[in-house]
Design a protein around this ligand. Structure first.
Ligand SMILES: *Cc1c(COP(=O)(O)O)cnc(C)c1O
Length: 383
């Protein structure tokens, strides 16, 4: 359908795709067992390692993010083992479900939506029960826009025989995540958030001690066999038929990210976050995550006033402004609107998002919220 305006996806996945990546994926398919494709996978591997800040292989798997979460739970732990799952929202709860289905015994640390964890509480739980073998958490909880203190938790787990599994699906390539330096044992991400790709690829990297664990666990999941994937990866292959177009698109996306420089990407993500927060506050909206240092860099959640449900506003922003926002998940469905600004999104897209939101509110906000937002953007970039 033609329209007088662009459709803008300001959603926490999928996210917009640059023309360079779309065109790369439109080229004729190379065969996945031939040299030209092996060359692409070899270069992807080098670029993925610098994205993850790791020396370990970063295995691409043909699945959505939940697939790599599943692969982590099935490959790293024996059924019956105890693991701590730190959850403060929808995706944390998914860890609980996955580890339970794997037959692990979860000890659940639960916080309210919008809250984060105190690393000292995690330390105390690990001190109190020496049989806990792993910690599962999100780096960024996408249902609320909270950034969890993974670096601090890694400083605790790396000192003991406890494997830290970090879901970085809405963090990797959005805010700094230094896998080896921080001591994350298992880092995962997906293609459709910060990586400027369509959905359908997951990524998982393991520390040397996590690989030792994988070698001791009998494979129990035919498709997600990380040992087999690693062996193929060493030959610049994937174990099963490669998602060829996505891996070609990944090559272009990683080239773009590294050409720009990850420091510049993170700076942009930070500046967009400041722009969103300042603009929303100037609009008179309530930010769901208030604590400094604890909000995601790619997503800003708005707490809706009482008697102002989210979904009519989200619907109007799409219908009248072409901007796709997202309501909350689960119990937050009508209470929160999520304005995402991750991946191939710039200040002009976010300005459109702020306008679409303001336009769709029952009462138009007073005041120069766009000017305030843009000023905050430039100030954050210069800082
Ligand atoms: C999007 C997301 C997932 C789930 O990914 P799917 O691709 O929908 O399976 C898991 N965790 C986090 C933190 C996410 O943002």
């Amino acid at each position: 359908m033609s329209s007088i305006q662009a459709t803008r996806m300001l959603t926490p996945g999928p996210t917009p795709i640059p023309d360079r990546v779309r065109l790369a994926m439109a080229a004729p398919l190379p065969h996945h067992r031939k040299d030209a494709f092996k060359q692409i996978l070899a270069e992807n591997q080098t670029m993925l390692k610098s994205l993850f800040c790791t020396e370990s292989p970063v295995l691409p798997l043909a699945c959505s993010g939940t697939g790599v979460m599943t692969a982590a739970a099935f490959n790293l732990f024996h059924p019956g083992e105890k693991v701590l799952v730190a959850t403060a929202g929808h995706f944390g709860n998914r860890w609980v479900d996955i580890v339970t289905m794997r037959g692990l015994e979860p000890v659940v640390l639960r916080k309210n939506a919008g809250e984060s964890f105190d690393p000292e509480e995690i330390r105390a739980m690990l001190d109190a029960d020496a049989s806990i073998r792993g910690v599962f958490m999100q780096i960024s909880e996408t249902s609320t826009g909270v950034l969890h203190p993974v670096r601090e938790v890694a400083a605790i787990t790396r000192e003991r025989d406890v494997i830290l599994v970090a879901d970085g699906i809405s963090a990797v390539s959005i805010s700094p995540v230094l896998m080896d330096e921080w001591g994350i044992d298992c880092l995962i991400t997906g293609s459709q958030k910060g990586l400027m790709l369509p959905p359908g690829l997951g990524f998982i990297a393991l520390s040397p001690r996590a690989w030792q664990r994988v070698e001791s666990v009998a494979p129990q999941c035919y498709y997600f066999d990380l040992r087999a994937e690693r062996t193929s990866c060493e030959k610049n292959q994937t174990h099963y038929t490669s998602p060829i177009s996505l891996l070609v698109g990944l090559h272009e996306a990683l080239t773009m990210l590294l050409e720009t420089g990850m420091d510049n990407i993170f700076k942009k993500q930070w500046a967009l976050t400041q722009m969103a927060r300042t603009g929303l506050a100037a609009m008179g909206m309530d930010l769901f995550v208030k604590e400094e240092g604890r909000y995601t860099w790619g997503l800003t959640s708005i707490l809706m006033p009482e008697n102002m449900p989210a979904s009519p506003i989200v619907a109007k922003a799409y219908k009248e402004c072409g901007v796709i926002l997202t309501a909350g998940q689960g119990e937050l469905k009508e209470k929160v609107i999520r304005l995402a600004h991750m991946g191939w999104v710039d200040w002009a897209d976010l300005a459109a998002g702020l306008h679409a939101l303001a336009w769709s509110l029952p009462e138009k906000p007073q005041g120069a919220y766009l000017e305030a937002a843009l000023e905050a953007y430039h100030k954050a970039l210069e800082a």
